[in-house]
Design a protein around this ligand. Sequence first.
Ligand code: SIN
Length: 287
Amino acid sequence: MITIRPTGAALGAEIQGVDLSQDIDDATFKQIVGLWHEHEVVFFRNQRLTPEQHVNFSRRFGELELHIRKDCCRPGFHELFVVSNIILDGKPIGSQDAGLFWHSDLCYLKVPSRGSLFYALEVPHDVHGKALGDTKFASATAAYNVLPESTRQKIAGRKAVQSYAKGYYRDRNAGPRAPLSEEQQRRTPDVEHPIVRTHPITGKKCLFVNEGYTKCIVGMPGHESDALLGELITHATRPEFIYQHSWRAGDFLLWDNCLVQHQAVHDYQLPLRRHMERTTLTGSAPF
Ligand code: SIN
């Protein structure tokens, strides 16, 4: 039987009593989806999943994205994007510096992702046994709900430009990245999305701008756009909207890429190893 333990923060809940390596019946799956929509982030502890089981469970939600950085995907599984600092035979096994700024996955696509399913395989710890490499999640609905009326009026009906190149070329711990290939550039032109987005299933409204990829507000002079965007981005990540997840190996966590933005905490380095794998669900055009 499923039990649920909300984190006590603005979002997030642990779901207990489910073994994701087993067949999940339709009623239980429906319950999980409902809890996910309600809590925006849900997680299961102590899971033991093969890559196939991770992918198959993810497919229950719908189509999966194949990440543009194929070199960062698990060999043989283009659906599994690897986030890790591990170097094997002189080559990184995945993206070493993913998610170090606030963002939502694939917000820069014409059709952004619905959600991500993240599995923790190896988690770094400090000498006292404290887990490192947490992930912070900010509720974009909580942020929208308390937005001052004057700000709501300024952004009503407006769109912002989301840019993959902006995030890709940011300063990174792992050093500068290779330039995007022509094919990668072709697949990721700048796109415009509403600043206030409506969740396609729950109808919840949320603030859809982030530090990582949002470049400017459409149709607004540069200085005005920078100031308003700065204000919105600071507001969206206020501490009261955040749940910080402390990982344990075997955690399986789902976040919603419309209702939530996230940021990885980079407070560890080799020889401390972190190895996570993510599937990313195809979403629908924002409105
Ligand atoms: C990501 O943004 O997909 C990675 C988040 C993390 O490593 O915690």
